[in-house]
Design a protein around this ligand. Structure first.
Ligand SMILES: [Ca+2]
Ligand SMILES: [Ca+2]
Length: 433
């Protein structure tokens, strides 16, 4: 049951984070969404300058609700004069409008140089980009509180004035260099349309103007976006890995790249079977070799649980422009935060038995007709802050993360599938959850 809750949480948070920032990674910090961060000394000085500019002390700061830049104040040299400006969003008490204020540091003092009403009431995200060489742009994701629609807006700041340079509705977006010319591009993901398709637009600077230069569709319509990450793959220097929900409890990934002046989807182009999984796992560089892997899942034969939930085998694939190939297969315990890699002889030859009473996963031989054979390994997760009976001393502690301690027990058997303690320990890893 807890696993379900965890999945819902990821989705709930993902649903709140329409603006997915790729180049700096995504911040799924729950606290950041609930508690406004405390102001630093510098921010307190800024706040005073803001009060002076607004002519009232009745201000409320507005925090971008997602993205990596979710403090009330953002600092960036937006006019390229060598000094950072401060950008702040606020409301005057009892008013619903969100205002944007830009302050400059004059000596030791912050002074407001620009103030205007925002495009919408909710600030989804703020980030900075260089769409044209040597020129900084401010990218703000706005959201209409009534319709829930998001608007991706790009601004330039010159002569102490903010001017809008590009604006479009969006569901998710990423700012990074996809065309490979050294300048940023924006990739805009729309929500699913009436025909069940999802379009992706590539926005790039052309002759000092931001324009949609190419459009492509995802292989399957996206019901919801979970993550957009940039990386590379063999044959594709600049790739965008998009993880999205396609239906209830099923998820996929597409890889986007730019070639011959066009935005392309790797899976649509190759007619490859799409990566499908049933738990909200994300594409990530799971083995730390610098290349992102994509998780595929299939149901594990013969697995036994008390709650009749399906146990999945997860195979991480690496994609290249020419092919997609498996790197390893594992079982993933999302609730307890670990992954156990199956050696080749274990895939399809072992079965997993889950015991929620002991918080233990046990691997046994899988014989013909789904008969369970000898036990090969037990993995037990213990919360170190709660009382637990002392269990068998044959268990050995192999890892800890947060409150969790992970113990394994490797029985000695005559099985051809028998592994040593060290092999089992090496196949185990904690995962971020
Ligand atoms: Ca500046
Ligand atoms: Ca990798």
């Amino acid at each position: 049951m807890r696993m379900k809750i965890k999945n819902l949480l990821v989705l709930a948070v993902a649903a709140m984070m329409f603006f997915l920032s790729s180049c700096s990674g995504m911040d799924f910090g729950i606290e950041a969404l609930i508690l406004p961060p405390k102001l630093t000394n510098e921010q307190s000085e800024l706040y005073t300058a803001l009060e002076t500019a607004a002519g009232t002390e009745n201000l409320r700061l507005r925090y971008p609700k997602s993205g990596y830049n979710n403090s009330a104040f953002s600092f960036y040299d937006i006019d390229n004069d060598g000094h950072k400006e401060a950008i702040v969003f606020y409301s005057i008490q009892d008013e619903t409008d969100t205002r944007i204020n830009i302050l400059k540091n004059a000596g030791n003092k912050w002074i407001s140089v620009y103030d205007a009403r925002g495009k919408e009431e909710v600030v989804v995200s703020v980030e900075f980009a260089e769409f044209t060489e040597g020129k900084t742009s401010i990218v703000i994701g706005w959201q209409n509180t009534i319709s829930g629609n998001n608007i991706f807006t790009v601004y330039g700041f010159a002569g102490n004035t903010l001017s809008e340079e590009f604006s479009t509705s969006y569901e998710a977006s990423a700012v990074c260099d996809l065309t490979g010319d050294g300048c940023d591009d924006a990739v805009i993901f729309s929500s699913i349309d009436e025909s069940g398709e999802t379009s992706i637009r590539l926005v790039s600077s052309q002759g000092d103007e931001l324009r949609v230069i190419s459009e492509e569709k995802l292989s399957i319509g996206a019901a919801e976006y979970l993550s957009v990450k940039n990386g590379s793959a063999a044959g594709i220097e600049n790739a965008l890995y998009v993880d999205y929900k396609i239906a209830d409890e099923s998820y996929s990934t597409d890889i986007l790249y730019f070639e011959n002046n066009k935005l392309k989807s790797l899976f649509a182009l190759k007619g490859e079977e799409l990566p499908i999984r049933y738990e909200a796992l994300l594409s990530e560089d799971i083995d730390n070799d610098g290349v992102i892997e994509i998780p595929y899942q299939t149901a594990m034969e013969g697995a036994q649980t008390e709650e009749e939930e399906i146990t999945y085998l997860t195979t991480y694939y690496e994609a290249s422009k020419l092919s997609i190939y498996p790197k390893f297969t594992a079982v993933i315990n999302i609730r307890d935060g670990y992954m156990y890699k199956l050696s080749a002889d274990w895939v399809d030859s072992v079965v997993l038995i889950k015991s929620s009473y002991d918080n233990e996963w046990s691997f046994c031989e899988l014989l013909d007709n789904n008969i369970v054979g000898m036990e090969l390994l037990r993995i037990r997760t213990v919360n170190k802050n709660t009382y637990h009976d002392k269990f068998d001393e044959t268990y050995r502690l192999i890892a800890e993360k947060g409150v969790n301690q992970y113990y394994i027990f490797v029985p000695s058997t005559e099985s051809e599938l028998q592994k040593t303690f060290v092999e089992c320990k090496n196949n185990f890893s904690v995962i971020d959850k």
